[in-house]
Design a protein around this ligand. Structure first.
Ligand code: AMP
Length: 182
């Protein structure tokens, strides 16, 4: 299930490039201009709904914070629960954690230990706005598996093809990217 060229153009035009944010040399992909465009946001969510309704998922898990926006909306459309994967120290109950390397140092993502409500090998779709190096999503996919779920696919609105994040992720799960950026 892929977008028509016209649909791709609507989505591409709705995402704004901000050069040199948050630091020189980075082109930040700003999805806020997609979210405030009802046609583009609706088109994207309908596309994701069409793709994932056949997957018989148990949960959608979104990565802190922009993954929540797409993940929670999609979970509602699919009639299933949403699970937040958060940066360290934000979740109030007992958590399972996974560390990952950054350019300098480490970061950590966490999930509640009972996030999948005790369902054995719950089928989980992981979602975030963008995959760059894939470090965050790799850790999040491992976290889902570590906490008793089965990460069946990682879905991104945008994928930076000049980095090898998507390739790296394919070792742990299937990958679907709506818009690929060369
Ligand atoms: P990574 O772990 O390198 O794949 O980075 C992915 C995370 O960083 C995602 O949560 C993105 O929201 C954010 N991110 C990385 N690069 C960009 C970019 N160029 N524009 C917007 N968000 C980015």
């Amino acid at each position: 299930m892929t977008l028509t060229p016209e649909e791709s153009e609507i989505l591409n035009n709705a995402i704004r490039d901000i050069p040199d944010f948050p630091k020189p040399g980075i082109v930040f992909k700003d999805i806020s201009t997609l979210l405030n465009d009802a046609e583009a946001y609706g088109l994207l969510m309908e596309h994701l709904h069409k793709r994932y309704k056949a997957y018989k998922l148990d949960f959608v898990a979104g990565i802190d914070a922009r993954g929540f926006i797409f993940g929670a909306a999609l979970a509602q459309m699919l009639g299933i629960g949403f699970v937040p994967i958060r940066k360290k120290g934000k979740l109030p109950y007992t958590t399972v954690a996974e560390k990952y390397a950054l350019e300098y140092g480490f970061d950590e993502v966490e999930i509640h230990i009972d996030a999948f409500r005790g369902i054995d090998k719950a089928k989980v779709l992981l979602i975030d706005d963008l995959v760059a190096t894939g470090g965050t999503a790799f850790a999040a996919a491992n976290l889902i598996d570590k906490s008793g779920g089965d990460c069946v696919e990682a879905c991104f609105i945008l994928g930076l093809d000049f980095l090898d994040g998507q390739k790296k992720l394919k070792d742990v799960t299937e990958v679907y990217t709506v818009i690929r950026v060369d």
